[in-house]
Design a protein around this ligand. Structure first.
Ligand SMILES: Nc1ncnc2c1ncn2[C@@H]1O[C@H](COP(=O)(O)OP(=O)(O)OP(=O)(O)O)[C@@H](O)[C@H]1O
Length: 585
């Protein structure tokens, strides 16, 4: 009789009588075991011991006798230990039994494992393909972004840089990838790095940066943390804001013009502490507004006290560097022995008497901002070489240092000297002159813009009245005297005169007697009376002298009218009356 897998039932330690009675109720064959461990045999209806075989063939049972076996629901439940303990496995499920030699089970399980590994491999392959596609798509999206995306790990090693970096920095992403942020900053490829700040503080940082070739970007770096809260990545985003900065500067210009229009006198321009009424100065100011957003070096010529320092500050305030330092170096005021260490700083122990921690120089303090080299003609020749190096490469070396440092500065220079003559006399380097002289500007002397005198007089009067808590006014005659001065010390001299007037005034309205004695008003006394003359003649004489002085000063009937406080028609009529020749304007 065939041993059918589905009809196999296992009994153990049963007596012949039990078998007989079992056979009566169940026609299936039985496995008879001893102590749950050894198969004694299979009993069928004829009580023949049959071989228990997974194929169900009728074979001799001897192979199964005294062997060990295990009964399980699922083959997968078999452990390695079972495999080495038992000779057969009897699988029991849904009232079915099948018997397998352990070697066969091993093979079956191996095949099953292989099959599932193959299908796992297939699904992994598919997933990998999908992930690859997604990564490619995301990378393409990042590369097509208008903004530059820059990713580093927690140590600042650059992992990814998007294509936009070419447009912003002029360099391909490969110039940055796999390089450490510290190295990139040291080489000057990145200035004012927000990634570095985020790496140090683990917080978000934003900053405006200007690249050497003139682009201005706004960058924000954000930290990304892993599940344990450790810094994992730093992702920064940089946007080109050059146009925005240009628009801002245009807006500034519009504001300047609006201010001018709003002023009591529509010709007046005022910006920060800079005020003017003169066409020549307005042109200078317009040039300043135009070049301020660019990083080109500017050279301001002009006599002492004309306002070179004020103009340099205006340029800084109109540039994208306005929130950074404006460092003014008066090259003539620093002793030549100290100038190098003042400018470039020094390392610890650079010389006797030096601060043991070293010192930061003025150049480094101007990093990100503007360095104003006033009185550049006073710069010693050996320092000029170092300034040339700074201008060309934006690098310098501290006194006693061994490593060059990179800075991002805009340089404005100024002089009241004839540098061309100094070059001829070998007192100034020609190469440095041309490096600094990219955009030259000239501020006229105060006597060449007399229309500024009254405006500045009122401006300084207000300033010093506020400073000293006074309310001094100056009468018209005295104002005219002030206007007729030559002011070799230019605006600074006028400023000093007004301060002196306010401080020394003995009455609320200053008259000619109260003016400082060194003013040349006595020489320009308006009416030289030699005796008693008719009042009308005296008045006419005064009028004639006033007109003559005003004409030689202003050369324009409009300006004369303003200075003398009458209408332009009155001026023209009176000039005709006294037969002055003039050009109408
Ligand atoms: N246009 C102006 N409006 C208001 N104040 C001015 C103006 N020009 C100059 N000043 C004032 O005059 C003084 C001298 O100006 P500044 O120091 O800029 O001149 P400078 O040409 O740089 O002189 P120096 O060559 O001696 O360094 C300052 O107090 C400044 O505030």
């Amino acid at each position: 009789m065939e041993v059918k897998k589905e009809s196999l039932i296992v009994f153990s330690d049963i007596s012949i009588l039990d078998v007989k009675s079992l056979l009566k109720i169940n026609s299936s064959p039985f496995i008879v075991m001893k102590n749950h461990l050894e198969i004694l045999g299979i009993l069928d209806e004829g009580f023949f011991l049959k071989r228990l075989d997974s194929d169900g063939d009728n074979q001799e049972i001897t192979a199964y006798l005294n062997t060990s076996f295990v009964v399980v629901d699922e083959l997968d439940k078999l452990g390695e230990e079972d495999m080495s303990t038992y000779d057969f496995v009897i699988q029991h499920g849904d009232n079915q039994y099948s018997c397998h030699p352990i070697s066969e089970v091993r093979e079956m399980l191996l095949k099953k494992k292989m099959k599932s590994l193959i299908s796992l491999n297939e699904s992994l392959k598919k997933e990998l393909e999908v992930t690859r596609k997604k990564v490619k798509e995301l990378t393409q999206i990042l590369h097509s972004s208008y903004d530059e995306i820059f990713v580093t790990d927690a140590n600042g090693d650059t992992l990814f840089v998007s294509e936009a970096c070419k447009k912003l920095t002029g360099l391909p992403p490969e110039a940055f990838i796999n390089k450490n942020i510290n190295e990139l900053v040291e080489k000057g490829l990145i200035v004012n790095s927000v990634t570095l700040k985020t790496m140090k503080t683990k917080a978000i940082h934003s900053a405006e940066q200007t690249y050497p070739h003139g682009l201005t970007v706004f960058s924000t770096a954000k930290p990304i943390f892993d599940e344990e809260g450790n810094l994992y990545r730093i992702v920064s985003n940089s946007r080109d804001i050059t146009e925005l900065v240009e628009m801002k500067s245009q807006l500034n210009r519009v504001n300047l013009r609006n201010q001018r229009a709003q002023h009591e006198n529509s010709r007046t321009v005022s910006f920060n502490n800079f005020i003017t009424n003169s066409d020549k100065m307005v042109k200078v100011l317009e040039l300043a507004e135009k070049v301020a957003p660019m990083d080109s070096s500017i050279f301001i010529h002009g006599e002492t006290g004309v306002g070179k320092g004020v103009l340099a500050r205006v340029i800084h305030d109109l540039s994208s560097r306005k929130d950074k330092n404006f460092i003014q170096v008066n090259c003539g005021a620093i002793p030549s022995a100290l100038i190098e260490s003042e400018l470039f700083g020094y390392e610890s122990g650079a010389f006797t008497g030096a601060n043991k921690h070293g010192k930061k120089g003025l150049v480094e303090s101007a990093d990100g901002g503007t360095l104003f080299l006033d009185e550049i003609g006073e710069m010693p020749l050996d320092i000029q070489v170092k300034i040339l190096h700074l201008v060309q490469d934006r690098t310098f070396m501290k006194v006693g240092g061994t490593k060059e440092k990179k800075v991002n500065i805009r340089i404005i220079s100024a002089t009241n000297k004839d540098l061309k003559q100094m070059i001829k006399n070998n007192q100034f380097r020609e190469d440095l002159y041309y490096r600094l002289h990219v955009v030259p500007m000239e501020i006229p002397q105060l006597r060449e813009r007399k229309e500024d005198i009254l405006l500045l007089t009122n401006y300084f009067l207000k300033k010093f009245n506020e400073k000293y808590g006074q309310s001094i006014t100056i009468d018209d005659h005295s104002k005219l005297i002030l206007q007729l001065q030559d002011y070799p010390g230019n605006v600074r001299e006028l400023e000093n005169v007004i301060e002196q007037i306010v401080v020394t005034a003995r009455k609320p309205i200053v008259t000619i007697e109260d003016l400082p004695s060194d003013l040349t008003y006595k020489d320009t006394a308006l009416v030289n009376l030699t005796g008693i003359i008719p009042l009308k003649k005296a008045l006419e004489e005064t009028e004639k002298q006033l007109l003559s002085q005003a004409l030689s000063t202003y050369k324009s009937t409009r300006k004369m009218a303003k200075a003398l406080g009458v209408s332009q028609t009155t001026i023209m009529r009176k000039l005709g009356k006294y037969q002055f020749s003039y050009q109408d304007d």
